[in-house]
Design a protein around this ligand. Structure first.
Ligand SMILES: *[C@@H]1O[C@H](CO)[C@@H](O)[C@H](O)[C@H]1NC(C)=O
Ligand SMILES: *[C@@H]1O[C@H](CO)[C@@H](O)[C@H](O)[C@H]1NC(C)=O
Ligand SMILES: *[C@@H]1O[C@H](CO)[C@@H](O)[C@H](O)[C@H]1NC(C)=O
Ligand SMILES: *[C@@H]1O[C@H](CO)[C@@H](O)[C@H](O)[C@H]1NC(C)=O
Ligand SMILES: *[C@@H]1O[C@H](CO)[C@@H](O)[C@H](O)[C@H]1NC(C)=O
Ligand SMILES: *[C@@H]1O[C@H](CO)[C@@H](O)[C@H](O)[C@H]1NC(C)=O
Length: 541
C-alpha cells in the first residue's frame, strides 16, 4: 500500500510540476543587470579607492532610505582616490527594502564588476552607480543605459499598431506625471486595453535633484530614442538610465494604486465575421468543457493508476526478488566500453563553440554536437571547478549507464582525458520543458557601444505561442512520462535513486514530446530494502 501511495505521489508531483509551470513567469532574466566599465580603470585590493567604495557602501543605503525621495548622492576620499556614488530607489518602495537593495547593489557591483572603478547596477527596486569621475552635478548625463524588452509580439498588423499607440500614450502621460511630481519625480500609470491585454501598466522616474524640464527631456530622449527601434509590437519594455528610467508591461509590476489612470482604450476591432464568432464560441465552450472535465480526468487517472499499481504490486510480491546490485569490476568495464576520445568530441562540438552551447547545468555547460556519422549528441562538460571527485563521477557514470528507461535520458559515452570530464547523452531536439513553456532563456546584446556603453537585452516572458503548442494531450503525456521515469528510478530499477533536483529544466523532450528525465548528478543511491532515508544536507531544489 505504501508503494501505491508512492506512485500517487509521483503522479501528483508531476502534475503539480506542470500546473505550477503553467503560471506566468515574470522577468525571466534575473536582475541585477550590471554595466561594468573596465576602460575607466581598475583599483586594486586594499587600495584607498576600495576603502572609499566601502565607506560609501556603509553610508549610502541609510541615506537613500532616510530621504523622502529615496535618493542619495555621496562622495568619499580625496583625489586621485575620490569615489562618487548615486543611489535611487523606486518611488513605490519602502525605506527598508530601499536600504537592503542599495546595500546589495554595492556588494553585487564589487563582485560582478570586480575592481572596476566605474560600475552601474540596475536592480529591483534600486539603481546604483559609483565612479572616480564626479558625475553627480551633471543631471543631463544619462549615459550607460540598459534597454530590455519582452521578446513576444503583441499580434500582427494593425492590432500591434493600435497597441503601440495605446502603450505610447500611457508611457508619455506617465512620464509627464513623473516630471510634474516636485518631490519624487515618480509616476505610475494604468490604462484599460482589450480582451487579450485587459490593462497596460507603466512607470517613469527621474532622480529628484532634477528640474521638471530636465526630467521631461531626459524621459523624452529615451522614449524617442528606443521605442521606435525596440518596442514596436512588444507587450513590454524598459529603459534603465541612472538619471531617468521608464517601463511598461501588460501585467502589474509596481506596488500601490497607479498614480495616473487613463481612460480605457478599446481599439476599433473589426466586427468578427459570423463564422469567426461561431468559432470563438466553440473555442470558449471547449475551454469550459476542458476546465470541467480535466480535473475529473486527472482524478480518475490518479485513482486508476493507483489501483492498477496496487494490483501489480500484489502480483509482484509473489515474484522472486531481483538480485542485489553489486559494485563489482563489471561496472568499471561498462565504463570502458563507453569511453570516447576528446578529439572526437572537440570535432563534434566545433571545439565547444559558444554557438553550440545548449545551456548551463548544475555541474557545467552542455553543448550540442554532431558525430562524423551524423548522430546528434549532447555533451555535458563538467566544470573543472566541480567538487565532484573522480570516484563520485564514476559512480554517476555507472548509475546512469545502468539506467535504461524510455523516460530517462540515455548516456551514450564518456570522456575522461586530462582535466576534461565529458558526458555524452542522446540529443533532445525539443530541449527542456522550461524552454518549451517559457521560450528560450537567452541574453542577447543587440548592440554595445564603448562610447555610451548602452546595452540591449531581450527578456522573453512566458512564450505564449510555444506553450500554446503544448496541448493538453501532450501535457498529459509529459506528466505520465515523468511519473513513470520517477517510478522507475525510485522502485523498479535495480538501484534506487532519489533524483533530488527534479525541475522543468531537467525534463527534456524528444521530437514526439516524450519526456526524459536528465541530470542524475545529485542522485543518491539507496539500499535495496530501504524505503526511507534521512539526509543531513539539502541538495538541489
Ligand atoms: C581592468 O581590468 C580588466 C580585467 O579585469 C582589463 O580587461 C582592463 O583592460 C583593465 N582596465 C584598465 C584600464 O587597465
Ligand atoms: C549620509 O548623510 C549624512 C548626513 O547628511 C552625511 O554626513 C554623510 O556623509 C552621508 N553619507 C554618505 C555615504 O554620503
Ligand atoms: C517593505 O516592503 C517589503 C517588500 O515589498 C515588505 O516585505 C516589507 O514588509 C515592507 N516593510 C515595511 C516596514 O513596510
Ligand atoms: C553633462 O553630460 C553630458 C552627457 O554626457 C555632456 O554632453 C555635457 O557636456 C556634460 N556637462 C557638463 C557641464 O559637464
Ligand atoms: C516577433 O517578431 C519578430 C519580427 O517579426 C520575430 O523575429 C520574432 O521571432 C517574433 N517573436 C516571437 C516570440 O514570435
Ligand atoms: C510619446 O512621446 C514621444 C516623444 O515625445 C513621441 O515621439 C511620441 O509620438 C508620443 N507617443 C504618443 C502615442 O503620443
Amino acid at each position: 500500500m505504501r508503494r501505491s501511495l508512492a506512485l500517487c505521489y509521483h503522479l501528483t508531483a508531476a502534475l503539480l510540476l506542470l500546473a505550477f509551470l503553467h503560471a506566468p513567469l515574470a522577468g525571466a532574466q534575473p536582475l541585477p543587470w550590471q554595466l561594468c566599465d573596465s576602460a575607466a580603470g581598475n583599483y586594486t585590493e586594499g587600495s584607498a579607492y576600495q576603502a572609499n567604495i566601502r565607506a560609501l557602501a556603509g553610508g549610502l543605503p541609510r541615506n537613500a532610505s532616510a530621504s523622502p525621495a529615496l535618493f542619495a548622492k555621496g562622495a568619499a576620499g580625496a583625489a586621485p582616490d575620490a569615489v562618487y556614488a548615486l543611489a535611487l530607489c523606486r518611488g513605490d518602495t519602502n525605506a527598508s527594502s530601499c536600504a537592503a537593495c542599495v546595500a546589495a547593489a554595492f556588494r553585487n557591483a564589487q563582485q560582478l564588476c570586480a575592481f572596476n572603478r566605474h560600475a552601474t547596477m540596475f536592480d529591483d527596486p534600486c539603481i546604483l552607480r559609483y565612479s572616480g569621475q564626479d558625475f553627480l552635478a551633471n543631471v543631463t548625463d544619462n549615459s550607460g543605459r540598459f534597454v530590455a524588452f519582452n521578446g513576444n509580439n503583441v499580434s500582427a498588423g494593425a492590432a500591434a499598431a493600435a497597441f503601440d499607440a495605446a502603450s505610447g500614450r500611457l508611457v508619455n502621460a506617465t512620464a509627464d506625471y513623473a516630471a510634474g511630481d516636485p518631490t519624487r519625480r515618480f509616476g505610475t500609470g494604468e490604462e484599460g486595453y482589450d480582451a487579450t491585454y485587459p490593462k497596460i501598466y507603466s512607470l517613469a522616474q527621474c532622480t529628484p535633484d532634477m528640474e521638471a524640464a530636465d526630467c521631461r527631456s531626459c524621459l523624452r530622449d529615451i522614449i524617442e530614442k528606443f521605442t521606435p527601434q525596440y518596442f514596436v509590437g512588444k507587450p513590454g519594455g524598459r529603459v534603465f538610465g541612472v538619471r531617468c528610467n521608464f517601463r511598461f508591461e501588460t501585467y502589474s509590476f509596481f506596488s500601490g494604486r497607479p498614480l495616473l489612470q487613463l481612460p480605457d482604450v478599446l481599439p476599433p476591432a473589426p466586427a468578427p465575421a459570423p463564422a469567426a464568432a461561431e468559432e470563438e464560441r466553440t473555442r470558449n465552450r471547449t475551454g469550459l468543457i476542458l476546465a470541467i472535465t480535466l480535473p475529473i480526468v486527472a482524478a480518475l487517472l490518479l485513482i486508476s493508476t493507483c489501483v492498477c499499481f496496487w494490483r501489480r504490486r500484489k502480483s509482484a510480491e509473489r515474484k522472486p526478488s531481483v538480485p542485489l546490485p553489486s559494485t563489482n569490476p563489471d561496472d568499471i568495464q561498462s565504463i570502458d566500453s563507453l569511453l570516447l576520445d576528446l578529439s572526437t568530441l572537440r570535432a563534434a562540438t566545433d571545439n565547444f563553440a559558444e554557438s553550440n552551447k545548449l545551456g548551463e547545468g548544475g555541474f557545467g555547460a552542455v553543448y550540442k554536437g554532431v558525430l562524423s556519422e551524423g548522430e546528434e549528441i549532447a555533451v555535458k562538460r563538467l566544470s573543472q571547478s566541480s567538487t565532484q571527485g573522480i570516484e563520485e563521477l564514476k559512480t554517476e557514470l555507472v548509475l546512469v549507464a545502468k539506467l535504461q528507461h524510455k523516460n530517462l535520458v540515455r548516456l551514450l559515452g564518456v570522456c575522461l582525458e586530462g582535466q576534461e570530464k565529458l558526458l555524452v547523452y542522446e540529443y533532445m531536439p525539443n530541449r527542456s520543458l522550461d524552454t518549451v513553456l517559457f521560450g528560450t532563456f537567452h541574453r542577447r546584446f543587440l548592440y554595445e557601444s564603448t562610447s555610451s556603453s548602452d546595452r540591449f537585452l531581450v527578456v522573453p516572458l512566458a512564450d505564449a505561442e510555444k506553450s500554446r503548442g503544448l496541448d493538453w494531450g501532450k501535457r498529459l503525456k509529459i506528466v505520465n512520462g515523468v511519473a513513470r521515469g520517477l517510478q522507475y528510478l525510485h522502485e523498479d530499477s535495480q538501484l534506487r535513486i532519489v533524483h533530488r533536483d527534479l525541475k522543468a529544466s531537467n525534463v527534456l523532450l524528444d521530437s514526439d514530446c516524450n519526456p526524459k528525465i536528465s541530470d542524475f548528478g545529485l542522485a543518491k543511491l539507496f539500499g535495496w530494502d530501504q524505503s526511507q532515508a534521512v539526509t543531513s544536507h539539502i541538495a538541489g531544489t
